[in-house]
Design a protein around this ligand. Structure first.
Ligand code: G4P
Length: 529
């Protein structure tokens, strides 16, 4: 089993796929599945306009809004590799879910719209990956449209995000004439054969040399000359690919392509499996260690409205997971038999027998798991992979239904344990005010929906106008002395620790400067002992 485990680990590539809405994340995911043979025709993941339902859109609310709140996991077998693609919420309101899913992957794929470049939400994601040292790939999509000049785009990304770019390929033609890419690794031009069905099936590609006359016919003499000059420039001035810098999230391999017309998909997949890291050590434990270990990074309630079940998403970190195995929840030493593990193919959930590090397993949850729980088969390992992220939106939650106050309290406590929201009260307050904090505004809407659906409580939310928060720590800290003025507000988290809210970054920076003895933290451990 030892050899097999090491082999399985080395062929795993687990990546989160993230994007600003409408950049083409769904279309790209679908095309990656198509080229990996997981589906045979595009359109299976998301129907076209008439039937706009994404396979990963489980919740009723998602259907109504046409956005994806939940994260789903897809598997692709490609060229001997097993790719686990973790989908993330595609809404502009990033939630704690997006961050947790990013951390659950070993790398990330950021999809950019080549006509819009770096957008607000992408900037946030870049920064997160850089800070957490998550290696990331950039796929510049929609090259079949006239967009920003590729050289200009690379300059902008480097300047705006402070990350070095290594262009792995270069576009052949632009707009409607975008027909393929020059792939730097084999040093060949890969042309996509035109399809009869608008790119719904994975057609064949033609591989030619850079000096092939085919290019002249395809692009015309002027364009082909510019193209060859650009490729030459890229080879001379395009820098070196330094693996270490990439693994630290400071250098990003970049690819041009069009998910819609299938151009550049296969070259991207080839390069991705070669460069993406295999599952890494987590909490000091090597993935090839025999002892099984994993952690819960997401709990999804009400995925199937007919069965009020909850599904816990577990990332396998070490050892072999086997159906029916007994594991221990490190938090409370509870033993659990994992009887019906599932893998996801978006809407379909398949029962599985085994899983290896890098894989994500869906576990039926009768309410025993918490986000961040470590599950082990032997000695204790705490996978501290899921921090609490400082919320950016706050609201006081109330119900006018006098008899439902207990339900509301219970609902908020349970949902905070699940990780859907964070629960606070005013600093040393009497607990009557229930304040929730979330990373993305949308989480508040999901909250009121779930309180109504699952706990039968109609609520009103009164927003608290602060959008920056930090946990404060330090010796001789007297939190109450910060609870002054209208620019700050002090809350207490569920473990009794102080969280300071600021109206402006200026106030935060001034406090930081005036109080070097205090640490202002934007994350906190999920469970404090
Ligand atoms: P998202 O998940 O990132 O939100 O984006 P999604 O894939 O849903 O794509 C957003 C829109 O962009 C869709 O158009 C999609 O067809 C289009 N798109 C995706 N990739 C490409 C591409 O490579 N080239 C071009 N030109 N368009 C692309 P839509 O009109 O909103 O929907 P639909 O009618 O195409 O479904």
């Amino acid at each position: 089993m030892q050899v097999k485990l090491a082999d399985e680990v080395s062929r795993r590539r687990t990546a989160a796929i993230i994007a600003h809405p409408d950049a083409g994340k769904t279309t790209l995911t679908e095309k990656l599945l198509l080229h990996g043979g997981a589906i045979h025709r595009a359109g299976s993941v998301k129907g076209r306009k008439t039937d706009r339902f994404a396979m990963s859109d489980w919740m009723e609310m998602e259907k109504e809004r046409g956005i994806s709140i939940t994260s789903s996991v897809m598997q692709i077998e490609y060229s001997g590799y097993r790719i686990n693609l973790l989908d993330t919420p595609g809404h502009a309101d990033f939630s704690a879910d997006t961050y947790r899913t990013l951390v659950a992957g070993d790398s990330a794929v950021i999809v950019l719209d080549g006509t819009s470049g770096v957008e607000k939400q992408t900037r946030k994601l870049f920064r997160f990956c850089q800070k957490q040292e998550i290696p990331f790939f950039i796929f510049v999509n929609k090259m079949d449209r006239f967009g920003i000049d590729p050289l200009e785009l690379i300059d902008r990304i480097e300047a705006e995000l402070g990350v070095d770019i290594y262009a792995c390929n270069w576009p052949v033609g632009r707009g409607k004439k975008f027909r393929g890419v020059y792939d730097r690794q084999p040093g060949k031009v890969i042309l996509q054969q035109k399809s009869e069905d608008h790119g719904q099936s994975a057609e064949s590609q033609q591989i030619i040399e850079l000096d092939s006359p085919v290019l002249n016919q395809l692009m015309g003499p002027e364009s082909v000359e510019i193209f060859r000059e650009e490729v030459e420039l890229l080879e001379i001035a395009g820098g070196e690919f330094d693996r270490e810098t990439f693994l630290n999230g400071q250098l990003a391999p970049l690819y041009f392509g069009s998910a819609q017309t299938n151009v550049g998909i296969r070259p991207f997949l080839e390069s991705f499996v070669r460069l993406a890291p295999q599952p890494r050590r987590r909490s000091g434990v090597d993935p090839t260690e025999q002892q099984f270990g994993g952690y819960i990074f997401k709990i999804q309630a009400n995925m199937d409205p007919n069965h009020r079940d909850r599904l816990a998403f577990m990332r396998v970190c070490s050892g072999v997971f086997e159906k029916g195995m007994e594991v221990r929840i490190v938090r409370n030493d509870q033993l659990v038999k994992l009887a019906q593990p599932r893998q996801f193919m978006a809407q379909e959930r398949q029962l599985i027998e085994t899983a290896f590090p890098g894989d994500v397993v869906g576990l039926f949850d009768p309410g025993i798991f918490h986000i961040g729980d470590s599950l082990v088969s032997g000695d204790d390992v705490e996978y501290n992979e899921v921090p609490r992220f400082s919320p950016e939106h706050f609201a006081m939650v109330k119900t006018s239904e006098v008899f439902k106050k207990k339900h509301l309290q219970q609902g908020l406590e349970e949902l905070s344990e699940e990780g859907a929201i964070q629960l606070f009260k005013p600093w040393q307050g009497n607990g009557a005010d229930l304040i929730v904090g979330v990373v993305g505004q949308l989480q508040l809407e999901v909250l009121s929906y779930r309180l109504k659906e699952e706990y039968g409580v109609e609520t009103s939310m009164q927003k608290i106008p602060f959008n920056l928060a930090r946990w404060i720590e330090g010796e001789d800290l007297e939190p109450a002395r910060f609870n002054t003025g209208s620019y700050r507000k002090l809350l207490e988290d569920r473990d009794g620790y102080p969280l300071l809210l600021f109206k402006t970054r200026f106030t935060l920076e001034r406090d930081r400067k005036n109080h070097p003895e205090i640490t202002f933290k934007d994350t906190a451990p999920l469970h404090r002992s």
